[in-house]
Design a protein around this ligand. Sequence first.
Ligand code: FAD
Length: 459
Amino acid sequence: MAERYDTIIIGAGFAGLSAGIRLAQFQKRVLILESHKLPGGLNSYYYRGKGQLYNSGLHTVTNFNAKNRRWGFGLICRNLGIDSGEFRLVPPKHPSALQIPQGELLFGNDPELLRASIAREFSSQVDGFDRFCADLKSPRDPAVLQRAGSRELLGEYFTEPRLMDLLELPVYIYGGYREGQIDAATFSTVFRSIFLEGCGSPPDIKHVLDLLIARFKDLGGELKTRRRVAQIVTDGGRFRGVELADGTVLEADACLSSAGLAETGQLAGQVWGDSGDLSVFETVVAMDRPLDELGVDRTLLMVSLEPEFHWRAPEGRQEYFHLTLAASDNYAFSERPTAHHLKIGCFQKGSLWLGLDEETYRQEKLRLEEKMLAELTARFPGLLDEPVTHHESLTPKTVVDYTSHLNGGIYGGCVKSFDGGTPVGGLFVIGNDQAGIGIMGALTSGVIVANYKVVLAGN
Ligand SMILES: Cc1cc2nc3c(=O)[nH]c(=O)nc-3n(C[C@H](O)[C@H](O)[C@H](O)COP(=O)(O)OP(=O)(O)OC[C@H]3O[C@@H](n4cnc5c(N)ncnc54)[C@H](O)[C@@H]3O)c2cc1C
């Protein structure tokens, strides 16, 4: 007889862990299955050198100042029964910046910094910015916003295309889940999360993952790593169980999957969603000295090198040079964080990396790594004075290998299931493909789908 659970969750990333904690508060048997040895999925960690810890994704955690119990960080802490202080998030030490070839804006955890920057560079647009921010705090009907694009929304508040480019840049860098435009609802959420609620960082991402796992296990939840779900078993259009790669069959009343909509469809033998082709290349550089001593005076820096901001690769190119730089130790830590490291990345057509032979893959990696390092040192020449103690790069293939997301997708596919529903009864998606993008988005998604689709719906 197959072992039976109340709910099975696929994936121990942020969505899977938050859903697990929420359900373990109401149900007796909740199981999280994770393919990999370590939890975290797209935002995990690894060790290099003499046991030095590196975050594999973390640039920043959004919604830092969100105290509202019905939204963002406040909602997550209340639902998970974890005190916000336990996350040990600290604010940035330095401002962040947005750059396009024609200009720059500064921002930080006080929205006034961005407002003052807009007033200086685009004085006629400040009223629009004030109206936009006020409206974001009391959002319009999400169903209406989901049908509109981000440019259409910004066009209601702003008349200056260069400013719209600058405001879109970070939101797409941290949540542009498909080429072209994203929907206005996701745009509004990510904008509010970054600019109105600010950013912070834990000492390392392992700390947050350990905190979530400890809470899940305290509530009686079971986490099994190195257990890949090979198939989702359905019966008369309803979820029945999963078959693992080793042939074990497990049954449950419901299943929440953070594998992705298209990926979950594949597991169920069906075709759902559209995985898209958007992935990332990122180079990590570590040094022995604090980065701000070497002249790195920004915490986050988003740069578009393209003459106009479009969220797609120009014809004939595999990458788009919207750069994202994150100085991981430029937060107000009281202790020394993981390593003094910087990350610089650009966006890629993921599929083009997957069929490469070993030598071409190596050369492509080297080519882009050199480009990233040149862009980095052009902006912060002080880095040239300090030896690099470690560097390596993540490609779309790395993302596929460690998360199983098709084409190395980092914000999910092009199609979202906003209510988490799938064509199979009792089977729901959580995380990126329920539009819960980023760490806070994924945590929120796990809580909301668990609450509405399992606990309240009695699934
Ligand atoms: C390089 C990079 C940097 C990022 N930086 C930031 C940042 O600074 N701030 C931020 O907020 N967000 C950031 N993000 C985005 C953020 O990491 C994701 O949006 C978020 O982690 C998604 O969480 P998730 O739980 O939805 O999915 P995932 O993290 O993808 O979790 C899904 C899990 O399911 C597992 N899985 C898949 N298929 C199976 C299967 N068949 N059986 C068992 N397990 C399976 C995977 O191994 C994975 O662990 C970054 C992403 C990347 C790639």
